[in-house]
Write a protein of this length. Structure first.
Length: 364
Protein backbone atom coordinates (compact mmCIF):
# COMPACT_ATOMS: atom_id res chain seq x y z
CA UNK A 1 0.00 0.00 0.00
CA UNK A 2 1.00 3.61 -0.51
CA UNK A 3 1.79 5.94 2.38
CA UNK A 4 1.84 9.74 2.41
CA UNK A 5 5.57 9.80 1.58
CA UNK A 6 5.29 7.46 -1.40
CA UNK A 7 6.62 8.99 -4.61
CA UNK A 8 3.77 9.24 -7.11
CA UNK A 9 4.40 10.27 -10.71
CA UNK A 10 1.40 11.96 -12.33
CA UNK A 11 1.84 11.93 -16.11
CA UNK A 12 -0.18 14.79 -17.55
CA UNK A 13 -0.34 16.75 -14.30
CA UNK A 14 -1.20 20.06 -16.01
CA UNK A 15 -4.22 18.78 -17.94
CA UNK A 16 -7.89 18.49 -17.03
CA UNK A 17 -7.52 14.99 -15.56
CA UNK A 18 -3.99 15.07 -14.17
CA UNK A 19 -4.30 18.45 -12.45
CA UNK A 20 -7.47 17.32 -10.67
CA UNK A 21 -5.79 14.09 -9.50
CA UNK A 22 -2.71 16.03 -8.33
CA UNK A 23 -4.91 18.40 -6.34
CA UNK A 24 -6.82 15.49 -4.81
CA UNK A 25 -3.64 13.68 -3.77
CA UNK A 26 -2.33 16.87 -2.15
CA UNK A 27 -5.62 17.31 -0.28
CA UNK A 28 -5.23 13.77 1.08
CA UNK A 29 -1.78 14.63 2.44
CA UNK A 30 0.51 13.13 -0.21
CA UNK A 31 3.63 15.29 -0.39
CA UNK A 32 6.01 13.45 -2.72
CA UNK A 33 4.33 14.10 -6.07
CA UNK A 34 6.31 14.26 -9.31
CA UNK A 35 5.20 15.89 -12.56
CA UNK A 36 6.80 17.02 -15.79
CA UNK A 37 5.50 19.34 -18.48
CA UNK A 38 5.58 18.25 -22.10
CA UNK A 39 8.56 20.55 -22.63
CA UNK A 40 10.41 18.89 -19.75
CA UNK A 41 9.54 15.32 -20.75
CA UNK A 42 8.20 14.23 -24.12
CA UNK A 43 6.31 11.01 -23.40
CA UNK A 44 6.56 10.06 -27.08
CA UNK A 45 10.34 9.76 -26.61
CA UNK A 46 11.03 6.31 -25.21
CA UNK A 47 14.64 7.06 -24.29
CA UNK A 48 13.61 10.20 -22.39
CA UNK A 49 10.92 8.31 -20.50
CA UNK A 50 13.46 5.64 -19.52
CA UNK A 51 15.87 8.30 -18.23
CA UNK A 52 13.08 9.86 -16.20
CA UNK A 53 12.20 6.54 -14.52
CA UNK A 54 15.90 5.82 -13.94
CA UNK A 55 16.26 9.14 -12.11
CA UNK A 56 12.97 9.33 -10.20
CA UNK A 57 12.16 5.68 -9.35
CA UNK A 58 8.50 6.36 -8.50
CA UNK A 59 6.52 4.04 -6.22
CA UNK A 60 3.30 4.58 -8.16
CA UNK A 61 2.23 6.07 -11.49
CA UNK A 62 -0.93 7.84 -12.62
CA UNK A 63 -1.08 7.80 -16.42
CA UNK A 64 -3.38 10.74 -17.18
CA UNK A 65 -1.43 12.04 -20.18
CA UNK A 66 -3.14 11.55 -23.53
CA UNK A 67 -3.74 13.12 -26.92
CA UNK A 68 -7.42 14.13 -26.67
CA UNK A 69 -10.03 16.17 -28.50
CA UNK A 70 -13.62 16.44 -29.66
CA UNK A 71 -15.54 14.88 -32.55
CA UNK A 72 -14.04 17.11 -35.27
CA UNK A 73 -10.47 16.55 -34.11
CA UNK A 74 -10.96 12.78 -33.79
CA UNK A 75 -12.40 12.65 -37.29
CA UNK A 76 -9.68 14.73 -38.94
CA UNK A 77 -6.51 13.71 -37.10
CA UNK A 78 -6.99 9.95 -36.87
CA UNK A 79 -3.33 8.99 -37.21
CA UNK A 80 -2.27 11.39 -34.45
CA UNK A 81 -4.85 10.00 -32.03
CA UNK A 82 -3.90 6.35 -32.42
CA UNK A 83 -0.13 6.77 -32.83
CA UNK A 84 0.51 9.24 -30.01
CA UNK A 85 -1.70 7.50 -27.47
CA UNK A 86 -0.26 4.07 -28.18
CA UNK A 87 3.26 5.47 -27.92
CA UNK A 88 2.61 7.27 -24.62
CA UNK A 89 1.05 4.15 -23.11
CA UNK A 90 3.78 1.83 -24.35
CA UNK A 91 6.52 4.07 -22.98
CA UNK A 92 5.01 4.83 -19.56
CA UNK A 93 3.48 1.44 -18.73
CA UNK A 94 6.55 -0.38 -20.06
CA UNK A 95 9.02 1.67 -18.02
CA UNK A 96 6.80 1.44 -14.94
CA UNK A 97 7.02 -2.34 -15.09
CA UNK A 98 10.76 -2.37 -15.88
CA UNK A 99 11.38 -0.12 -12.86
CA UNK A 100 9.37 -2.20 -10.42
CA UNK A 101 6.33 0.06 -10.08
CA UNK A 102 3.66 -2.06 -8.40
CA UNK A 103 0.70 0.35 -8.52
CA UNK A 104 -0.38 2.20 -11.64
CA UNK A 105 -3.63 3.94 -12.54
CA UNK A 106 -4.44 4.19 -16.25
CA UNK A 107 -7.04 6.73 -17.37
CA UNK A 108 -9.02 5.67 -20.41
CA UNK A 109 -12.41 6.70 -21.78
CA UNK A 110 -15.89 5.27 -22.20
CA UNK A 111 -15.47 5.75 -25.96
CA UNK A 112 -13.98 2.23 -25.81
CA UNK A 113 -17.49 0.80 -25.92
CA UNK A 114 -19.31 -0.15 -29.15
CA UNK A 115 -21.50 2.37 -30.94
CA UNK A 116 -24.59 0.20 -30.46
CA UNK A 117 -23.74 -0.97 -26.95
CA UNK A 118 -26.74 -1.81 -24.72
CA UNK A 119 -27.42 1.03 -22.28
CA UNK A 120 -26.26 1.57 -19.62
CA UNK A 121 -22.88 0.13 -20.63
CA UNK A 122 -21.28 -2.39 -18.31
CA UNK A 123 -17.58 -3.19 -18.43
CA UNK A 124 -18.42 -6.49 -20.15
CA UNK A 125 -19.76 -4.61 -23.19
CA UNK A 126 -16.16 -4.13 -24.38
CA UNK A 127 -15.31 -5.64 -27.78
CA UNK A 128 -18.79 -7.01 -28.43
CA UNK A 129 -19.53 -5.04 -31.65
CA UNK A 130 -18.09 -2.23 -33.87
CA UNK A 131 -16.91 1.06 -32.38
CA UNK A 132 -18.16 4.55 -33.23
CA UNK A 133 -16.33 5.49 -36.46
CA UNK A 134 -15.48 9.09 -35.58
CA UNK A 135 -13.20 8.24 -32.64
CA UNK A 136 -12.28 4.63 -33.48
CA UNK A 137 -8.49 5.20 -33.54
CA UNK A 138 -8.52 6.86 -30.10
CA UNK A 139 -10.77 4.14 -28.70
CA UNK A 140 -8.52 1.37 -30.01
CA UNK A 141 -5.52 3.02 -28.37
CA UNK A 142 -7.34 3.20 -25.03
CA UNK A 143 -8.47 -0.43 -25.33
CA UNK A 144 -4.84 -1.39 -25.92
CA UNK A 145 -3.85 0.53 -22.78
CA UNK A 146 -6.36 -1.19 -20.52
CA UNK A 147 -5.44 -4.57 -21.97
CA UNK A 148 -1.76 -3.83 -21.28
CA UNK A 149 -2.63 -3.18 -17.64
CA UNK A 150 -4.78 -6.30 -17.41
CA UNK A 151 -2.12 -8.44 -19.08
CA UNK A 152 0.75 -7.18 -16.90
CA UNK A 153 -1.36 -7.96 -13.84
CA UNK A 154 -2.10 -11.49 -15.00
CA UNK A 155 1.46 -12.28 -16.06
CA UNK A 156 3.55 -10.35 -13.54
CA UNK A 157 1.30 -9.82 -10.51
CA UNK A 158 1.26 -6.04 -10.72
CA UNK A 159 -1.61 -3.77 -9.62
CA UNK A 160 -2.17 -1.73 -12.78
CA UNK A 161 -5.81 -0.62 -12.64
CA UNK A 162 -7.62 0.97 -15.59
CA UNK A 163 -10.50 3.38 -15.05
CA UNK A 164 -12.77 4.55 -17.85
CA UNK A 165 -14.20 8.01 -17.07
CA UNK A 166 -17.30 9.20 -18.86
CA UNK A 167 -17.36 12.67 -20.51
CA UNK A 168 -15.38 14.99 -18.24
CA UNK A 169 -15.47 18.74 -17.70
CA UNK A 170 -13.94 21.05 -15.11
CA UNK A 171 -10.99 23.31 -14.16
CA UNK A 172 -8.04 23.34 -16.60
CA UNK A 173 -10.25 22.13 -19.43
CA UNK A 174 -9.35 22.85 -23.05
CA UNK A 175 -11.50 25.61 -24.59
CA UNK A 176 -10.07 25.38 -28.12
CA UNK A 177 -12.97 25.99 -30.53
CA UNK A 178 -12.07 23.02 -32.74
CA UNK A 179 -10.32 20.49 -30.53
CA UNK A 180 -12.03 20.74 -27.14
CA UNK A 181 -14.63 18.53 -25.52
CA UNK A 182 -18.29 19.35 -26.00
CA UNK A 183 -19.13 21.32 -22.82
CA UNK A 184 -16.16 23.73 -22.80
CA UNK A 185 -16.58 24.30 -26.54
CA UNK A 186 -20.24 25.22 -26.09
CA UNK A 187 -19.45 27.45 -23.10
CA UNK A 188 -16.85 29.42 -25.03
CA UNK A 189 -18.97 29.74 -28.17
CA UNK A 190 -22.00 30.94 -26.25
CA UNK A 191 -19.89 33.30 -24.10
CA UNK A 192 -18.33 34.90 -27.18
CA UNK A 193 -21.73 35.21 -28.87
CA UNK A 194 -23.09 36.95 -25.78
CA UNK A 195 -20.16 39.40 -25.80
CA UNK A 196 -20.78 40.16 -29.49
CA UNK A 197 -24.51 40.50 -28.86
CA UNK A 198 -23.86 43.05 -26.12
CA UNK A 199 -21.15 44.87 -28.08
CA UNK A 200 -18.57 44.06 -25.39
CA UNK A 201 -15.50 44.13 -27.58
CA UNK A 202 -13.14 44.39 -24.61
CA UNK A 203 -14.34 40.97 -23.43
CA UNK A 204 -14.09 39.51 -26.95
CA UNK A 205 -10.52 40.76 -27.38
CA UNK A 206 -9.54 39.54 -23.93
CA UNK A 207 -10.88 36.08 -24.74
CA UNK A 208 -9.10 35.63 -28.04
CA UNK A 209 -5.90 37.18 -26.69
CA UNK A 210 -5.85 34.36 -24.15
CA UNK A 211 -6.86 31.75 -26.73
CA UNK A 212 -6.20 32.93 -30.30
CA UNK A 213 -8.35 31.39 -33.03
CA UNK A 214 -6.34 30.26 -36.06
CA UNK A 215 -3.78 32.97 -35.36
CA UNK A 216 -6.37 35.72 -34.94
CA UNK A 217 -6.00 37.45 -31.57
CA UNK A 218 -7.35 40.53 -29.85
CA UNK A 219 -5.22 42.87 -31.93
CA UNK A 220 -7.12 42.01 -35.12
CA UNK A 221 -9.80 44.27 -36.57
CA UNK A 222 -13.44 43.81 -35.58
CA UNK A 223 -14.24 42.43 -39.03
CA UNK A 224 -11.39 39.91 -38.89
CA UNK A 225 -12.62 38.72 -35.51
CA UNK A 226 -16.24 38.51 -36.71
CA UNK A 227 -15.14 36.51 -39.76
CA UNK A 228 -13.05 33.96 -37.84
CA UNK A 229 -15.68 33.46 -35.14
CA UNK A 230 -18.33 33.08 -37.83
CA UNK A 231 -16.36 30.14 -39.18
CA UNK A 232 -17.10 28.39 -35.87
CA UNK A 233 -20.78 29.25 -35.85
CA UNK A 234 -20.48 32.27 -33.53
CA UNK A 235 -22.25 35.56 -34.28
CA UNK A 236 -23.95 38.34 -32.37
CA UNK A 237 -27.37 36.87 -33.11
CA UNK A 238 -26.83 33.12 -32.87
CA UNK A 239 -24.61 30.17 -32.06
CA UNK A 240 -24.60 27.17 -34.39
CA UNK A 241 -23.55 23.86 -32.86
CA UNK A 242 -22.64 20.56 -34.51
CA UNK A 243 -25.27 17.90 -35.13
CA UNK A 244 -28.87 17.78 -34.00
CA UNK A 245 -28.38 18.05 -30.25
CA UNK A 246 -30.25 14.76 -29.82
CA UNK A 247 -27.43 12.51 -28.53
CA UNK A 248 -27.63 11.68 -24.85
CA UNK A 249 -24.49 12.15 -22.77
CA UNK A 250 -23.32 11.57 -19.24
CA UNK A 251 -21.04 14.25 -17.77
CA UNK A 252 -18.76 13.98 -14.74
CA UNK A 253 -17.09 16.91 -12.95
CA UNK A 254 -13.33 16.38 -13.30
CA UNK A 255 -12.57 16.88 -9.62
CA UNK A 256 -15.03 14.11 -8.78
CA UNK A 257 -13.39 11.89 -11.39
CA UNK A 258 -10.11 12.61 -9.59
CA UNK A 259 -11.58 11.64 -6.25
CA UNK A 260 -12.89 8.38 -7.70
CA UNK A 261 -9.55 7.67 -9.39
CA UNK A 262 -7.50 8.29 -6.25
CA UNK A 263 -9.96 6.15 -4.30
CA UNK A 264 -9.26 3.31 -6.74
CA UNK A 265 -5.48 3.89 -6.68
CA UNK A 266 -5.35 3.72 -2.88
CA UNK A 267 -7.99 1.12 -2.10
CA UNK A 268 -8.54 -1.24 -5.02
CA UNK A 269 -6.37 -4.23 -5.93
CA UNK A 270 -6.52 -6.11 -9.21
CA UNK A 271 -8.27 -9.09 -7.62
CA UNK A 272 -11.13 -6.74 -6.58
CA UNK A 273 -11.96 -6.01 -10.22
CA UNK A 274 -13.15 -9.46 -11.35
CA UNK A 275 -15.11 -12.46 -10.14
CA UNK A 276 -12.76 -14.95 -8.53
CA UNK A 277 -14.73 -17.82 -10.10
CA UNK A 278 -14.10 -16.59 -13.67
CA UNK A 279 -12.02 -18.96 -15.78
CA UNK A 280 -11.24 -16.24 -18.33
CA UNK A 281 -10.26 -13.01 -16.60
CA UNK A 282 -11.07 -9.99 -18.74
CA UNK A 283 -12.77 -6.58 -18.62
CA UNK A 284 -11.18 -5.72 -15.28
CA UNK A 285 -11.39 -1.98 -15.93
CA UNK A 286 -13.77 0.22 -13.93
CA UNK A 287 -16.34 2.66 -15.32
CA UNK A 288 -16.23 6.07 -13.63
CA UNK A 289 -19.33 8.19 -14.07
CA UNK A 290 -22.62 9.37 -12.63
CA UNK A 291 -25.01 6.90 -14.21
CA UNK A 292 -27.17 9.91 -15.26
CA UNK A 293 -27.60 11.54 -18.69
CA UNK A 294 -28.85 14.64 -20.52
CA UNK A 295 -29.11 15.43 -24.23
CA UNK A 296 -26.52 17.70 -25.85
CA UNK A 297 -29.40 20.08 -26.59
CA UNK A 298 -30.43 20.15 -22.92
CA UNK A 299 -26.83 20.82 -21.86
CA UNK A 300 -26.56 23.65 -24.42
CA UNK A 301 -29.80 25.19 -23.15
CA UNK A 302 -28.48 25.03 -19.58
CA UNK A 303 -25.36 26.91 -20.75
CA UNK A 304 -27.45 29.54 -22.58
CA UNK A 305 -29.39 30.12 -19.37
CA UNK A 306 -26.24 30.21 -17.21
CA UNK A 307 -24.49 32.69 -19.51
CA UNK A 308 -27.71 34.64 -20.22
CA UNK A 309 -27.26 34.71 -23.99
CA UNK A 310 -30.22 36.41 -25.70
CA UNK A 311 -29.60 35.13 -29.24
CA UNK A 312 -30.63 31.94 -31.01
CA UNK A 313 -29.26 28.44 -30.51
CA UNK A 314 -29.04 26.67 -33.90
CA UNK A 315 -27.99 23.17 -34.94
CA UNK A 316 -26.11 22.06 -38.07
CA UNK A 317 -27.56 18.63 -38.79
CA UNK A 318 -25.15 18.14 -41.71
CA UNK A 319 -22.42 17.51 -39.12
CA UNK A 320 -22.18 14.10 -37.39
CA UNK A 321 -23.79 13.55 -34.02
CA UNK A 322 -21.49 10.73 -32.97
CA UNK A 323 -22.88 7.96 -30.79
CA UNK A 324 -26.51 8.67 -29.98
CA UNK A 325 -26.40 7.46 -26.39
CA UNK A 326 -23.53 6.78 -23.98
CA UNK A 327 -24.42 6.00 -20.38
CA UNK A 328 -22.18 4.01 -18.08
CA UNK A 329 -23.23 1.36 -15.65
CA UNK A 330 -21.34 2.36 -12.50
CA UNK A 331 -22.38 -0.61 -10.36
CA UNK A 332 -18.78 -1.86 -10.05
CA UNK A 333 -17.55 1.56 -8.90
CA UNK A 334 -20.37 1.85 -6.36
CA UNK A 335 -19.56 -1.63 -5.04
CA UNK A 336 -15.94 -0.50 -4.61
CA UNK A 337 -17.08 2.37 -2.39
CA UNK A 338 -17.43 5.57 -4.45
CA UNK A 339 -20.39 7.66 -5.78
CA UNK A 340 -20.64 11.14 -7.37
CA UNK A 341 -22.20 14.26 -5.76
CA UNK A 342 -22.03 17.15 -8.28
CA UNK A 343 -24.89 17.30 -10.81
CA UNK A 344 -24.61 18.80 -14.30
CA UNK A 345 -26.36 22.13 -13.60
CA UNK A 346 -24.03 22.94 -10.72
CA UNK A 347 -21.03 21.76 -12.75
CA UNK A 348 -21.85 24.08 -15.68
CA UNK A 349 -22.07 27.01 -13.25
CA UNK A 350 -18.69 26.11 -11.73
CA UNK A 351 -17.00 25.69 -15.12
CA UNK A 352 -18.27 29.01 -16.46
CA UNK A 353 -17.09 30.82 -13.33
CA UNK A 354 -13.67 29.19 -13.76
CA UNK A 355 -13.60 30.24 -17.41
CA UNK A 356 -14.38 33.85 -16.50
CA UNK A 357 -11.30 33.98 -14.30
CA UNK A 358 -9.28 34.18 -17.51
CA UNK A 359 -7.13 31.17 -16.77
CA UNK A 360 -5.52 30.10 -20.04
CA UNK A 361 -4.48 26.58 -20.88
CA UNK A 362 -3.65 26.88 -24.58
CA UNK A 363 -4.11 23.87 -26.85
CA UNK A 364 -3.29 25.26 -30.29
Amino acid sequence: MLDKNSKIYVAGHRGLVGSAIWKNLEARGFTNLVGRTHKELDLLDGAAVKRFFDEEQPDAVVLAAAHVGGIMANLRYRADFIYENLQIQQNVIGEAWRHGVKRLLFLGSTCIYPREAPQPMTEDTLLTSPLEYTNEPYAIAKIAGLKMCESFNLQYGTNYIAVMPTNLYGPNDNFHLENSHVLPAMIRKIHLAKCLNEGDWDAVRKDINLRPVEGVDGNASEQEIIDILGKYGISSESVTLWGTGAPMREFLWSEEMADASVHVLLNVDFHDTYDADCKEIRNCHINVGTGKEVSIRQAAEMIVKEIDFKGQLLWDSSKPDGTMRKLTDVSKLHALGWQHKIEIKEGIHRLYQWYLQGICINHI
